[in-house]
Design a protein around this ligand. Sequence first.
Ligand SMILES: [Zn+2]
Length: 74
Amino acid sequence: MSWGAAFFYYRCPACGKKFKYGADAIAEFGPQFGLCPGCGVPGDYLFDGPRPPEDMDYEEVDEVIRFERGPLDA
Ligand SMILES: [Zn+2]
């Protein structure tokens, strides 16, 4: 069983944005894994696994988010 193509899917409770993180990026993102790329709040976890048919509705977060200001800095 390969986890190479697995993603964790989230929906932001603040802005409603749908996004996903690669399962292999957990180490890279650390505590930022699962945060909304738009506003930086923790997303509501939906599901994980191989790409579902609605995969394209979810923006892939592929680089560590850097916020000028945000809830994490407050
Ligand atoms: Zn958001």
